[in-house]
Ligand binder design. Structure first.
Ligand code: NI
Ligand code: MN
Length: 226
């Protein structure tokens, strides 16, 4: 599968013919000024929670592409009230099988309100099991023992974990999370966008090396194949 990074926690996965976008926050992100939101193509948009830095461009991209938004019930309802029709509501613990694979909504320890202050349901992560590989997109979360449930049900190939600290796990907790999920390969996210979550790349790579993990820090606009 091909993975393109658009900054913060926004990734586009190309899985077979399906384009699956996570947590689009592009147009307000100064670090992502090279990306034109209207060029972003998505069949599905998965939203981990309601915070601005995860949903800002979801409506625009969904309208441009006719994408289906997959999110918790409250967030799906909020987009429904805006007139969007391609919505798939879920809640923590549930799963759905889609053309690109099976998506399970798993627990995240975080808050969730929508940009206008509306209730945003519970924050979540996703485990996506495709024909090819299985990955865990943690969303914004603290380290939690709930992550240990994931490898009991899935053979996870790699995980996307927040590493920016302050609002989520830092690199130390993310490396423990990688152990809980039983992965050796981690794509870092939720760093550098704001002063609160600035990281030192050398330092986090050193931590990953000490934890015996491969930490991938993608450049914005970069595409990799995993
Ligand atoms: Ni958040
Ligand atoms: Mn966030």
């Amino acid at each position: 599968m091909k993975i393109t990074y658009y900054g913060q926690s926004c990734f586009l996965f190309e899985i077979g013919k399906n384009r699956v976008l996570f947590d689009p926050f592009i147009s307000p992100n100064e670090l992502a000024s090279s990306i034109n939101v209207d060029d972003v193509k998505a069949d599905y948009i998965l939203l981990s929670h309601g915070h601005q830095d995860h949903v800002h461009d979801a409506e625009r991209i969904a309208k441009n592409n006719g994408s289906t938004i997959i999110a918790n019930f409250e967030i799906a309802q909020w987009y429904g009230a805006k007139g969007l029709e391609n919505l798939h509501p879920m809640n923590t613990g549930g799963k759905v099988t889609l053309p690109f694979g099976t998506v399970k909504m798993v627990n995240a320890i975080h808050s969730s309100s929508l940009p206008d202050g509306s209730y945003g349901g519970s924050a979540a992560g996703f485990v996506v099991e495709t024909e090819d590989q299985t990955f865990y997109f943690a969303g914004d979360t603290a380290l939690t023992y709930d992550m240990k449930l994931i490898p009991e049900q899935f053979d996870v190939d790699f995980a996307l974990l927040p590493i920016g600290d302050n609002f989520t796990m830092d690199i130390h907790d993310a490396m423990i999370a990688a152990d809980f999920v039983q992965v050796d390969k981690v794509i870092g996210m939720h760093f550098d966008t704001f002063p609160y979550i600035q990281i030192d790349r050398e330092e986090v790579q050193e931590m990953a090396k000490m934890a015996d993990k491969e930490l991938i820090l993608m450049e914005i606009g970069q595409t990799i194949e995993l």
